[in-house]
Design a binder for this molecule. Structure first.
Ligand SMILES: C[S@@+](CC[C@H](N)C(=O)[O-])C[C@H]1O[C@@H](n2cnc3c(N)ncnc32)[C@H](O)[C@@H]1O
Length: 313
């Protein structure tokens, strides 16, 4: 998975995510506006630091970073330091003010946002056998699978704590690399908040056969790690939360995108029908916005994503 996505000519070094699937960022500019509101609240809580950081991890084409920057009012924008972090090369059209980096900076004062990053952090997969968990090995050219050796002691301990398998044939995605990745973000946060947004599941509701999937050109494909497709697996955000706490997070909130965006004023509320007669153009614009908001908070869709929000005041 590591090599297929990030190795020499790996999928994400060649391709931009928006060419292959839709995330909240691409769904609507409403998402960037909501992130800006979150940033403004953090700015106020921190007493208006200069610079105020916005760090977008797994930035893809940098669309979210650019969207927040463009929507920021001048008083905030003048103090804003935006860093987009990705392993891919800097997009040509990115505004010059945005720093492009391969790793998150140290000493962040402000907001870190990671939308659909952790699901692309590579994981190993274990399958339960009569003799306990075994690693799943995969042929990188045709995707054929066979069972390998036992996972490491550290991975077995993680499975025991976070994803115990019950029946022979069940599979678990070993989330330790995601925990480590998230902890590495929290240690870089000096003051402020870090938010990870992703397809997720919790300890009491793990999918018994895992969630490994491949995507290419907008369609789901077999997750063959040959570099031709995105490979992703949902995230055990509760395990990441615990890792974040061990790394120094002081507060933790784990909720859904629907709840988080509702709290940021994204309600999907439709305009009053009377506006259609008095201001038809404004009415149509408000209607279009309402349907974009509704997509972002739809319980069975993007609204069902997990939001892990951790802070260091
Ligand atoms: C699914 S895309 C999300 C893009 C964007 N955040 C969005 O929501 O549209 C995941 C991105 O994470 C990046 N990524 C994965 N691991 C990374 C790492 N360790 N450091 C920086 N970026 C990483 C990939 O290159 C890819 O661009």
């Amino acid at each position: 998975m590591e090599h297929a996505l990030y190795g020499e000519s790996g999928f994400y070094l060649r391709e931009r995510p928006s060419s292959h699937f839709r995330t909240s960022v691409g769904a609507s500019p409403v998402f960037a506006e909501a992130v800006l509101r979150e940033l403004a609240a953090i700015d106020e809580a921190l007493g208006g630091p200069d610079p105020l950081d916005l760090v977008d991890i797994g930035a893809g084409g940098g669309e979210l970073a650019a969207g927040v920057l463009a929507a920021a009012p001048p008083a905030l924008r003048s103090r804003l330091r935006v860093t987009a972090v990705d392993l891919a090369p800097r997009p040509a059209a990115l505004p010059g003010e945005i720093v492009w980096a391969r790793a998150a900076p140290d000493g962040i004062h402000g907001l870190v946002i990671a939308n659909e990053w952790l699901d692309n952090v590579p994981v190993d997969i274990a399958e339960q056998t009569a003799d306990g968990p075994r690693l799943v090995m995969v042929n990188v050219t045709d995707g054929e699978e066979r069972l390998g050796g036992r996972p490491s002691e550290a991975d077995l301990a993680w499975l025991d704590r976070w994803w115990p398998m019950r029946a022979v044939g069940e599979r678990a995605e070993i989330g330790r690399p995601r925990d480590r990745a998230w902890a590495s973000v929290i240690v870089r946060l000096a003051r402020g908040r870090a938010v990870a947004i992703d397809y997720s599941h919790a300890l009491d509701d793990r999918p018994p056969y895992g969630t490994l999937a491949g995507y290419r050109d907008g369609s789901m494909v077999a997750p063959v790690p040959d570099g031709s497709c995105d490979i992703t697996a949902h995230v055990a955000l509760d395990a990441c939360a615990a890792a974040g706490e061990s790394a120094g997070a002081v507060t933790t909130a784990l909720t859904t995108q629907r709840e988080a965006l509702l709290a940021l004023g994204v309600t999907g509320g439709r305009p009053a029908i009377e506006q259609a007669a008095s201001d038809p153009r404004g009415y149509l614009q408000a209607l279009a916005r309402a349907s974009e908001e509704a997509e972002l908070i739809a319980p069975g869709g993007l609204g069902g994503f997990g939001w892990l929000s951790q802070s260091r005041p």
